[in-house]
Design a binder for this molecule. Structure first.
Ligand code: GTP
Ligand code: MG
Length: 203
C-alpha cells in the first residue's frame, strides 16, 4: 500500500513540501529508471539515516527508525516534491543480524551504488561524536573512486559539547578531505535547511 504524507509546516526553513513513501526494493525496479534524480543516504547501522530523512522532510514516522541497529533492510524509496527520490539504505557494519544477511545487504548497497546505472548523489552520514570510522573512510574512498557527488553529514551533533564543536568539526574535516560537511541533528533540528538546499539544488 502506498503511504502518502504531505508536510506544509509553516516555519520550517526547508524547501521540502511533500514526501511520499513509494516502496521498499530488494533489487532493480522500473521506479529507479524513470529519470527522477536520486539521493542516497548511506552510513553505518544506527547512525541515524532514517531519522534524518524524517527530520529533513518534516514527516515523523515516514521512514522507520529504531534504537536497535539493523532495522532498514531494503532500499526504501521516497518521492520528494515530485522532483527527487530519497533512497534510505540499510546500514553497514552490523553483524548481529547474521553473516549471510549482512552479506546480502552489502551486496544490495554495492549493486545500487556501484554496479547499477542509477548514479545517485550520495549523502554519507557519520556520527559527529565518534568521527569517521574505518568503515566510513573505506566507504568514502569507494564513493570517490566511482566519481560520485558526495555530501558528508556529521550527525547527532547534539551529542558534541558546545566547547568541543569547532575542534571536533576540524578533526572530522581533516579525515574527510575536500567534501562539504554539514553538522546535523535530528534531535535538535539542526542543519536541515543547509542539507535540503544541498541535495535538492540543480547542478
Ligand atoms: P539502520 O536502519 O539500522 O541502519 O539505522 P539508521 O541509521 O536508519 O538509524 P535510525 O534513524 O533508526 O536511528 C538510530 C538511533 O539513533 C535511534 O535511537 C534514534 O533515535 C537515534 N538518533 C537518530 N538521529 C539522532 C540525532 O540527531 N541525535 C541523537 N542524539 N540521536 C539520534
Ligand atoms: Mg534505517
Amino acid at each position: 500500500m502506498i503511504f502518502i504524507v504531505t508536510s506544509f509546516l509553516k516555519n520550517q526553513p526547508m524547501k521540502i513540501k511533500s514526501a511520499v513513501f513509494m516502496r521498499g526494493l530488494k533489487g532493480d525496479n522500473e521506479i529507479l529508471n524513470d529519470g527522477i534524480p536520486q539521493v542516497a543516504f548511506i552510513g553505518r547501522s544506527n547512525v541515524g539515516k532514517s531519522s534524518l530523512i524524517n527530520s529533513l522532510t518534516g514527516v515523523k514516522g515516514l521512514a522507520r527508525t529504531s534504537s536497535l541497529p539493523g532495522l532498514t533492510q531494503e532500499l526504501n524509496i521516497f518521492k520528494i516534491n515530485n522532483s527527487h527520490y530519497f533512497v534510505d539504505l540499510p546500514g553497514y557494519g552490523f553483524a548481529k543480524i547474521g553473516r549471510g544477511r549482512v552479506d546480502a545487504l552489502h551486496d544490495l548497497i554495492s549493486w545500487y551504488l556501484f554496479e547499477s546505472q542509477h548514479n545517485p548523489k550520495v549523502v554519507l552520514i557519520i556520527d559527529a561524536e565518534v568521527g569517521p570510522t574505518k568503515d566510513d573512510l573505506a566507504t568514502l574512498k569507494v564513493l570517490e573512486d566511482s566519481g560520485k557527488e558526495i555530501v558528508v553529514v556529521a550527525n547527532k551533533i547534539d551529542k558534541v559539547k558546545k566547547t568541543q564543536y569547532l575542534n571536533q568539526m576540524k578533526k572530522i574535516a581533516e579525515l574527510i578531505g575536500p567534501h562539504k560537511i554539514i553538522a546535523y541533528s535530528s534531535k535538535d533540528k539542526k542543519g536541515m535547511g543547509e542539507l535540503s538546499d544541498e541535495v535538492l539544488k540543480k547542478d
